[in-house]
Design a protein around this ligand. Structure first.
Ligand code: SF4
Length: 345
């Protein structure tokens, strides 16, 4: 092998793609049919197959909305613990958190299982659908500081606010987010700010005036911690359909077809053309692949990921025989329709 899993420290498990928020900045495009949750056996087998080779100590649960399949998430935590993993975090939109007593019970159980932190989204995107009261219900369960100082933690809940572009960028999304953040401050809680990356649906709302970057020559792992690092990958995502992704929509393989060990053996020795191109030239490599096949790029983009997604969207729509199997899962790409408007992909 030309690489090793010794630096593989974290896995993101997408418990389900089921979600009723449909946020404008989401990594994922909603698809109807299959909202089955992830099979905990899949996680078990994946970890077993690379046992002794990796150093995974952290698992983050996301989705979709992971609390929609709470029992499956609990089972996944138990399976991961069997493999020696002891740090768990969860992202939630809080849609399920309208009853404080239910929230307390669910989070108490997670705390007992060893979950360390739960981040709840609080911004203009999510609060279009989710009452702010739900967010506060989750924040109120935070372990009191006194318990922490006595060594009984570590469990924390926190709110995370996503801004478009950058935090001080003045636009309607960010002004509304700032109002939401102020309300949470007024209730006595802190909010962590973050920005929407140019992934998935966020590409389509990225304001023109922020699309000014012409250089775009950084490789994924040089600006996006650990992503798709060639010889010593640090993190991967696993989704309910079995796809192992190095980044959103960049598939390394599928656990329903081959083992995690086989997926990484190929990643190191014979990566698919999308990954090879990203390793060698980053987003500019994908631009090259797409331009050779008719893609007409803009003169500037928000960042490398913005260009990467634009090139990948093109390749998936126009060259699916050549690249479709490497550009998965579907939910990472805009739906493709035929001339009648019927969705074909
Ligand atoms: S350039 Fe592409 S593959 Fe790399 S981090 Fe950005 S979106 Fe992911």
């Amino acid at each position: 092998m030309n690489g090793s899993l010794s630096n593989l420290k974290s896995v993101v498990i997408l418990v389900t793609m089921d979600c009723d928020c449909s946020c404008d900045h989401c990594f994922y495009f909603q698809r109807n049919p299959n909202h089955a949750p992830i099979d905990p056996d899949l996680i078990d087998c994946a970890l077993e197959s690379i046992s002794g080779q990796h150093n995974i100590s952290t698992v983050h649960f996301a989705g979709g909305e992971p609390f929609y399949h709470y029992d499956v998430m609990v089972e996944c935590i138990k399976r991961c613990k069997k493999h020696g993993i002891d740090y768990f975090s969860i992202s939630t939109n809080g849609a399920w958190a309208d009853d404080f007593e239910v929230v307390r019970q669910k989070l108490d159980r997670l705390r007992e299982l060893g979950v360390n932190s739960i981040g709840v989204s609080a911004d203009s995107f999510h609060q279009k659908t989710i009452p702010l009261e739900n967010v506060l219900n989750i924040l109120k369960t935070e372990t009191p500081n006194i318990e922490r100082s006595m060594g009984e933690m570590s469990f924390s809940t926190y709110a995370i606010a996503t801004y478009l572009g950058y935090q001080s960028y003045d636009c309607q999304f960010n002004r509304q987010t700032q109002d939401i953040v102020q309300k949470i401050y007024d209730s006595g809680y802190y909010v962590f700010p973050t920005t929407a990356g140019a992934h998935g649906r966020a590409n389509f709302i990225m304001p023109e005036e922020l699309r000014v970057n012409k250089r775009l020559d950084r490789k994924c792992w040089e600006f996006n911690i650990g992503v798709l690092r060639p010889k010593f990958p640090e993190s991967v995502l696993i989704d309910p359909q079995g796809f192992v992704d190095g980044c959103f929509g960049v598939s390394l393989g599928n656990l329903y077809k081959e083992s995690m060990s086989e997926i990484f053996t190929r990643y190191f020795s014979d990566p698919n053309p999308i990954i090879r191109s990203l390793h060698e030239k980053g987003a500019l490599g994908l631009k090259e692949l797409a331009v050779e096949r008719g893609f007409e790029p803009d003169t500037a983009y928000y960042d490398e990921c913005h260009l990467c997604h634009a090139a990948r969207d093109y390749l998936r729509e126009h060259c699916s025989c050549e690249f479709g199997e490497y550009l998965a899962p579907d939910t990472c790409y805009p739906p493709v329709t035929d001339h009648t408007g019927h969705q074909v992909k």
